[in-house]
Ligand binder design. Structure first.
Ligand code: ZN
Length: 415
């Protein structure tokens, strides 16, 4: 029996001490917390203040000190940081985002913000996999421990606006840097990976290209400069650049600055033209058109060099006479490359569904948290394959396992 995990959990008796046993009470608590978390409709366009207050209250009750980091430029948004244990003891960060992606236009078979339990144990609802299930698992997993005995610090980082560019973690990292504060190196981000450890991912850079032409009556196109036609040439040039970057036949951005990142060069830099907006009526020569695109630098590739290469490509585009363009970097989400063999990797490996340590196909808050000393690993319940879709789900069994893992990893590293 390990007395260090001997605190009662949700009314369970003293027999429940050796490890977090998957009792009905544990499952009920996990599902109840998941219901509450999903019921906050925290689509990234909406505030997170209510869910932040809920999490703050619950973790404060477990003994955590609570700090909220508000971004003054983003009303209704905050990052919640919960801290417990001896300061500067290089313990463990558990992190997740509070926001979810929209549900509009998706064929949900019920209210996305009401968790529905299926006979096979699936729990349906927006954010069940990505990633409120992990938040629920942290609540139960941490509640099962005697946190007063911590030898190392546990810090919880709950962010906003991860789904629209990791803005919350970017703001938090900047703020902590300004305060000269570091976080523990072991950093567990509970994104849905079906319990596979992921230690790397590409970044994401958003760019807007704006074309300015000259309006005219469509009967006299020679009097105007057609911005939509200009945009079509921009799109063609970007398409060609994207095909070059797919094999990473690029110039300045092509040399990985980090030797460990060398193998990523072979994966290329995916480029996607995401949307195009221009024109107002079929009998007006359009004077404005906007194209938005994104590209994904691999770890070790400087985004600035790639953006410069993209701008050089745009400079070569032959625009209709009398028109011009400008381009702007909209956002930069850093890539991630955590070294192999961290202590946390060893602890998570005991619970991993596969020995293979992989690469995430998406960016995470981890890229930003590197700046404050973290070596993030991505590992969690549920599948990214059902995230962002109608009838997203997580299995109740996976939540139980995640709660057990949280208790076991915190015990091993911090108790
Ligand atoms: Zn996510």
């Amino acid at each position: 029996m390990d007395r260090r995990v001997g605190r009662r959990l949700h009314g369970l008796g003293p027999a429940h001490v050796a490890r977090l046993v998957p009792t009905d009470a544990l499952i009920d608590a996990l599902i109840a917390d998941l219901r509450t978390l999903v019921a906050f409709p925290t689509v990234s366009s909406r505030p997170v203040t209510a869910i932040a207050a809920f999490l703050a209250e619950r973790f404060e009750a477990l003994g955590f000190a609570i700090e909220c980091f508000d971004d003054p430029t983003m009303p209704g948004k905050t990052n919640v940081v919960c801290t417990i244990g001896p300061a500067d003891s290089d313990g463990l960060v558990l992190s997740g985002h509070m926001d979810v992606v929209p549900t509009e236009g998706q064929p949900w078979t019920g209210d996305p913000f009401v968790v529905r339990q299926q006979h096979d144990g699936r729990l349906l609802g927006r954010g069940t996999a990505d990633m409120k299930g992990f938040l629920a698992a942290c609540l139960s997993g941490l509640a099962s421990l005697d946190l007063r005995r911590l030898k190392r610090q546990v810090i919880l980082v709950w962010t906003h606006d991860e789904e629209v560019g990791c803005h919350g973690s970017a703001h938090l990292a900047r703020t902590l840097q300004a305060l000269d504060r570091r976080l523990p190196s072991a950093c567990w981000i509970g994104e849905p990976t079906d319990f596979q450890i992921l230690r790397k991912h590409a970044g994401h850079v958003g760019v807007e290209v704006r074309l300015f032409g000259r309006a005219a009556h469509s009967a006299y196109p020679e009097l105007g400069a057609n911005a939509v036609v200009g945009a079509s040439r921009v799109v063609a040039a970007l398409d060609a650049l994207g095909r070059r970057w797919a094999t990473h036949d690029s110039g300045a951005g092509g040399e990985p600055t980090d030797q460990r990142a060398g193998s990523f060069a072979a994966q290329g830099v995916p480029l996607n033209v995401g949307n195009i907006h221009g024109g107002t009526a079929i009998n007006i020569v359009p004077d404005r058109c906007t194209v938005q695109l994104g590209f994904r630098p691999q770890p070790g590739m400087g985004h600035a060099a790639l953006f410069a290469e993209l701008q050089a490509c745009l400079d070569e585009v032959r625009l209709p006479d009398g028109s011009r363009l400008e381009s702007e970097l909209l956002r930069v989400t850093p890539s991630l490359l955590t070294r192999a063999g961290t202590d946390l990797q060893g602890l998570l490996a005991r619970h991993a569904s596969t020995p293979d340590v992989g690469t995430a196909g998406y960016a995470t808050d981890g890229g930003n948290l590197v700046a404050v000393g973290c070596e993030p690993l991505i590992f969690g319940p549920g599948s990214i394959k059902v995230a962002h879709q109608a009838d997203e789900y997580v299995a109740a069994q996976a939540l139980v396992e995640a709660a057990q893992q949280v208790a076991a990893v915190v015990t091993a590293r911090c108790l």
